[in-house]
Design a protein around this ligand. Structure first.
Ligand SMILES: [Ca+2]
Ligand SMILES: [Ca+2]
Length: 364
């Protein structure tokens, strides 16, 4: 594979750029204008607090079905061979925790929505109050969908393969004409950080910290480049749903999947966790800062108190981890256990989902 050092950070999927695309579509002004859905976030919180909605129906007992116990321990977090924000490698101790074996599926998310009537951010019409001067007809609910171009394009230009699609959301992942029939066991997508956090709270769980996520992803292996070991495709067998071929126009489908795959399709890591590499990116609890590792606590680091992304200093972002079906060895390489990504918490995407963790007594 190509060395991660040769993959400049600017080639990673930057959701801030995607937000800019949304802004262009919605507002019709210059790229770089940021769409803020903070008010939508507030609505989500209001909805969450409404009596008879989530609060009254939250699961009360610890349910570790379809979870595995990740025993506490120490590990070396980060990589000296990756991007700058993966450095320095530093020793971190984490307490044990339960973690969902798989990404949260459409089937599971549907149960949450049925129980709570929760409406995801992508399904909500942007509030005109948050977009002064924008014609109301331009404020349409939707989400960001990967739309491959017909031919080769510069990897510098995210506009070439990301589109804001009105009507796209978790129920309609490609847009209004699509649905999730047959995708029940696929990871839910187009859920933003706020949506993921609302699900986790309902389930009596929470999102993993970035340190917990990387520790779990490594499956007890020490400083290996992949969550299964040293070699990317051992014995010619793909270990994760990623991208083969020339991104973003040529997908050779060597792993069998153009988009998401049913969870548990690829082998688990040594902790029994599936798709910790690839399939869909997974939200973590932490704010993103590229310099956090230089000063983070050695035990149970909770993430920084604020966010900073030098590529987009004005946009606060949360961490996502694990890469997706769009990551190739020529682009992104986000499926490495040390690889970090950042996304604004109000942004849903067709390649981003989540899984939950919970503290609790170890098994048996
Ligand atoms: Ca694939
Ligand atoms: Ca994943």
């Amino acid at each position: 594979m190509s060395s991660p050092e040769k993959t400049p950070d600017k080639n990673q999927v930057s959701t801030g750029k995607i937000i800019a695309i949304i802004a262009v579509v919605l507002v019709g002004v210059v790229a770089g204008t940021m769409l803020s859905m903070r008010a939508a976030d507030k609505d989500a919180k209001k909805q969450f607090e409404r009596p008879g909605a989530l609060g009254h129906e939250m699961r009360s007992t610890l349910n570790t079905n379809n979870m595995v116990w990740v025993p506490g321990g120490t590990f070396f977090m980060g990589s000296e061979n990756g991007q700058e924000d993966e450095k320095p490698v530093h020793e971190v101790a984490v307490d044990g925790f339960w973690m969902d074996k798989t990404e949260v599926t459409n089937e599971e998310f549907d149960k949450f929505v049925r129980a709570t009537r929760y409406v995801t951010v992508a399904e909500r019409k942007p509030d005109p109050k948050d977009f002064p001067g924008v014609p109301t007809e331009n404020l349409v609910a939707g989400s960001v969908v990967f739309t491959p171009p017909p031919g080769e394009v510069s990897l510098e230009n995210h506009f070439a393969w990301w589109s804001y699609v009105p009507g796209a959301n978790w129920r309609h992942p490609q847009g209004p004409a699509s649905d999730i029939k047959g995708l029940e066991r696929h990871p839910v997508v187009h859920v933003c950080w706020d949506d993921a956090a609302a699900y986790a709270k309902w389930a009596g769980k929470r999102l993993p910290t970035e340190a917990e996520w990387e520790y779990a992803s490594r499956g007890g292996l020490d400083r290996k480049p992949f969550s299964w070991g040293e070699e990317k495709v051992p014995g010619g067998q793909w270990q994760a749903n990623i991208w083969q071929g020339q991104f973003p126009n040529e997908n050779k489908l060597e792993d069998g999947f153009r988009q998401s795959s049913p969870v548990r399709t690829f082998p688990s890591n040594r902790y029994g966790l599936f798709d910790m590499a690839g399939n869909v990116w997974e939200w973590c609890a932490d704010w993103y800062r590229p310099d956090y590792y230089a000063n983070s606590p050695a035990k149970n680091p909770p993430g920084p108190n604020d966010s900073f992304d030098p590529n987009e200093p004005g946009t606060a972002k949360r961490v996502t981890r694990g890469g997706s079906y769009l990551c190739s060895d020529l682009y992104c390489t986000g499926y490495r256990p040390s690889a970090r990504m950042k996304t604004s918490p109000d942004t849903g995407l067709s390649h981003t989902g989540f899984r939950c963790v919970v503290k609790g007594p170890p098994p048996g």
